[in-house]
Design a protein around this ligand. Structure first.
Ligand SMILES: [Zn+2]
Ligand SMILES: [Zn+2]
Length: 244
């Protein structure tokens, strides 16, 4: 199996020092980091909100010139009703693949530090409802058929507000896994969860086990927003794939 980091963000969150978007030096830093880690390839998947600043000339140039495989991608923020708009973007630009993610419930960016206080408002029942809503949205995203990879499957746990009843969680997740399989999409194991308050891979190991049982196609991702994180903990993922 080729070792590829499918989910990276050279442009991060558009910080001033990373401008212009996808400049050659920054892309090269990510490639060099991938080479040092012994990766066979890397996917650049900057956030959709920066689409107007994407530099496809640079992306295509580095794709031609790099010694490892380079894939040009994008991470979408899925929300209901966005299907046509997303399809248009995919038709218009030379993307090799796309990641579909849910980062928002209604107008709440639930994984964003700035809005994390809102998590305190939920009692256990409320927490269950938020999780149900998240997985409902994610299932919708998967069923658009627009995404090759589904991003950080259980992102909803990011700030460690987790449902202790794992059977309940697996019941919420299972339809999404089934949809991923039906759509022929891929599930990523995203190591960035290990750097978050929840301190776990996305998805959690019991979900991953279920995905393996269902024979979903699995890919690795770091969600690196800086070169040092490219391919982070992929040795752990390789080990997991051996034993699961
Ligand atoms: Zn994301
Ligand atoms: Zn990401």
């Amino acid at each position: 199996m080729k070792l590829i980091d499918w989910h990276t963000h050279p442009y991060g969150h558009g910080e001033d020092e990373l401008k212009p978007c996808q400049n050659m030096e920054r892309l090269q830093d990510f490639i060099t980091a991938a080479e040092i880690k012994g990766l066979d390839g890397i996917g650049f998947t900057d956030h959709e909100i920066y689409l107007e600043q994407f530099n496809f000339d640079n992306l295509e140039k580095i794709k031609r010139e790099a010694r490892i495989e380079v894939f040009i991608g994008i991470e979408f923020d899925y929300a209901p009703g966005r299907d046509t708009e997303i399809k248009k973007i995919l038709d218009k630009y030379p993307f090799d693949f796309s990641i579909g993610s849910v980062h928002d419930i209604d107008d709440w960016s639930f994984d964003y530090d700035k809005y994390k206080d809102r998590w305190e408002e939920y009692d256990y029942e409320g927490l269950i409802e938020v999780n149900q809503e998240y997985y409902r949205l994610l299932d919708q995203a998967v069923n658009t058929g627009l995404f090759e990879i589904i991003g950080h499957l259980d992102l909803i746990k990011v700030f460690d507000y987790v449902i202790k009843d794992r059977v309940l969680v697996l019941e919420m997740v299972e339809p999404v896994l089934n949809s991923i399989k039906e759509q022929g999409a891929k599930l990523e194991i995203n190591t960035n969860g290990l750097n978050k308050p929840v301190n776990e891979l996305y998805p959690a190991l019991d979900i991953l086990k279920m995905a393996r049982y269902k024979e979903l196609e699995i890919v690795f991702s770091s969600d690196a927003h800086r070169p040092e994180r490219v391919g982070e903990n992929f040795d752990l993922l390789q080990k997991l794939m051996e034993i699961m």
